[in-house]
Ligand binder design. Structure first.
Ligand code: SF4
Length: 234
């Protein structure tokens, strides 16, 4: 059985390694830190998984798989294991992998040798939480990839992306949890409108906060409707 995800824009999660170090304000309330501490583990120690490393090889069907929900695919500590993980992806063309990183400056030097213009079952994405981190988009768009995406979650400030050429999909979401930083709905609306103007697919995950409305933290409607666009797997 695949590890079913509760994340609205994916179907399963895969963590070949876990543990991470914080790199920017979006990491402040990282749920992996919270969960690892609860289990008495040090969240900063990056560990290869003894049990889940080859999981996608066992999963039937075609799944959208969010990789490294408990780490970062491109974190330096995982350099010795990443080629083996790329091999798992290569051997499972039936699945589509969503690789989201806060370290886009490390992507180019850590792609597989036969990456070419990008494998068609890999979507590469970067997280951008406010205007200060738009430079990550510039780094991402220099990388050849089948699909490129941006996760603006937790959205903690307004963002003007400027030129969205090379970006296929943007996700927005407010922070959730007891110390959630509020998201102004106008920030999400602005990103929605920037996507519409540039022909970029737009998905709004949640408004954020401490209470669920219709199954999502803070609800997920903007202007009376949900925004659920998602790229088609190859
Ligand atoms: S990069 Fe992701 S996993 Fe790593 S600390 Fe930041 S939010 Fe957590």
């Amino acid at each position: 059985m695949a590890q079913k995800s509760t994340i609205e824009w994916t179907q399963a999660t895969w963590n070949p390694w876990h543990g991470c170090t914080k790199v920017s304000p979006g990491c402040k309330h990282c749920y992996m830190y919270r969960d690892k501490k609860r289990y008495g583990q040090n969240p900063k120690i990056v560990t290869r998984s003894k049990t889940t490393f080859h999981d996608p090889l066992k999963w039937d069907g075609a799944r959208l798989i969010f990789t490294c929900s408990w780490s970062d695919w491109f974190i330096e500590e995982a350099d010795p294991w990443r080629n083996e993980a790329w091999d798992v992806i290569k051997r499972t063309p039936n699945h589509t992998y969503q690789i989201l990183t806060k370290r886009p400056e490390r992507i180019l030097e850590n792609l597989p040798a036969d990456w070419g213009n990008g494998w068609n079952n890999v979507w590469l994405g970067t997280s951008i939480e406010n205007q200060e981190y738009v430079f990550r988009m510039k780094l991402l768009t220099t990388v050849p990839a089948w699909t490129r995406f941006i996760s603006a979650e937790p959205l903690i400030g307004p963002i003007d992306f400027g030129d969205l050429t090379g970006v296929h999909w943007i996700i927005t979401g407010g922070e959730s949890g007891p110390r959630a930083r509020p998201m102004d709905l106008e920030w999400a609306k602005s990103i929605r409108d920037q996507c519409a103007k540039s022909g970029v697919l737009y998905f709004h995950k949640q408004n954020g906060g401490t209470a669920k409305i219709d199954g999502a933290w803070g609800g997920r409607r903007i202007d009376g409707q949900t925004w659920d666009a998602i790229p088609q797997p190859a």
